[in-house]
Design a protein around this ligand. Structure first.
Ligand code: SF4
Length: 366
């Protein structure tokens, strides 16, 4: 595995069993479960039934798995839990956006979001507790990173959000854009996404799965080598090294050019159009000059530029850009022929910027 360009203090292994010694089943592979079933004297096909209950029938306990022998259900219950965390807080916005604060077994808290948009049922999922990237405008990175999530903890967010939907609705899109840098935890993100796209799992096409990153070139190259056509969204936020290093400090060790080169390589190998994310901060990166520099960076690339007017975070000095400046920024990009989309701030009433719900709770309980 190529090494990451930055130290990754979050790469800490944690025991996967709960306080009562039971294992988090979502952390187990099919092979591991199959081996356990054999040891217990059960047929291997029972494994498929169990996963089917969890992913398709949304079972959250073993008792409801009525086509399993009672003895197996009892054995499963004594050995495993399906959900290992608990919901510490939930908020629902008038536009239908639902945001969950999930408390993990070790007390860490992460956020995940369900967004309703027409027929789309999209979820935004976290990959780490906190984040080491330190983007100055982001609530998730304010206290640094605690640890990587396990692949079971990533899957649990997906299943908890799927469970919010009516029985006849399914998740349609996944965005790895919650708390954390997914490419700093690729070893757990990839197995979780294997389940997300598997027909035995959530059955979501990789073309509807987006992995968001600040741009870690070796990890982007590793992702490209998987040969799975996930969408890559690179959080750029600034067109020059000087400004980007101020906003995304990890840029100091990477640089805009290597990020763009790695994104180009990802496009060449996956054929997937690239997305660049640009959080528009009032008075900081919303000038005409920035729009012109950004246009030059996007030129000749098969990209979609997503511009997201900033969601204010309590305690941080950054502002939403004025509607006039937003319009001028947009017109400058459009005139230069950039394929640009200004994203609606869905769920802005419920602390929709990542890390805000967790941060607000920490502030409340301080
Ligand atoms: S914006 Fe994303 S990468 Fe940056 S600190 Fe927040 S969670 Fe980390």
């Amino acid at each position: 595995m190529p090494s990451l360009p930055i130290a990754d203090p979050s790469d800490v292994s944690r025991p996967s069993s709960t306080a009562d010694g039971r294992e988090h089943l979502l952390n187990w592979t099919s092979e591991q479960l199959g081996a356990w079933l054999s040891e217990q004297g059960h047929k291997p096909f029972r494994g498929r039934q169990i996963w089917n209950w969890i992913f398709q029938k949304r079972a959250t306990d073993f008792d409801s798995m009525t086509d399993l022998p009672a003895a197996l259900r009892t054995a499963l219950d004594s050995q495993f839990v399906i959900f290992r965390g608990s919901i510490a807080k939930e908020e629902i916005s008038p536009d239908g956006t639902e945001k969950l604060l999930v408390r993990l077994a070790d007390g860490g808290e992460i956020e995940c979001v369900l967004l309703m948009d027409g027929i789309r049922r999209s979820i935004c999922v976290s990959s780490q507790v906190g984040c080491a990237m330190g983007c100055v405008f982001c609530a998730s990175g304010l206290d640094g990173v605690d640890r990587n999530l396990t692949h079971g903890e990533i899957l649990e967010q997906m299943l908890r959000l799927q469970a919010r939907l009516p029985d006849d609705e399914r998740l349609s899109h996944i965005v790895m854009m919650g708390m954390g840098e997914p490419l700093a935890n690729l070893d757990r993100v990839l197995p979780a996404l294997d389940w997300a796209r598997s027909q035995d799992g959530l059955g979501i096409s990789p073309r509807r799965i987006t992995i968001s990153t600040v741009g870690l070139p070796p990890a982007i190259d590793r992702l490209a080598k998987q040969g799975v056509p996930y969408n890559l969204a690179v959080s750029l936020h600034a067109p020059t090294d000087e400004l980007r290093t101020q906003l995304v400090p990890v840029n100091r060790k990477i640089g805009v050019r290597p990020v763009m080169d790695a994104a180009d390589r990802y496009f060449e190998s996956s054929g997937r159009r690239l997305t660049f994310e640009y959080v528009l901060l009032g008075g900081i990166n919303d000038s005409v000059r920035c729009a012109e520099q950004l246009s030059r960076l996007m030129r000749g690339r098969p990209v979609l530029l997503n511009v997201i007017p900033y969601n204010p975070v309590a305690g941080l000095p950054y502002k939403t850009p004025t509607s006039k400046q937003t319009r001028i920024f947009r017109e400058t990009l459009e005139k230069a022929g950039v394929n640009v989309h200004f994203r609606q701030r869905k769920g802005s009433e419920i602390n929709a910027a990542c890390g805000q719900l967790r941060r607000n709770r920490q502030t409340e309980s301080a």
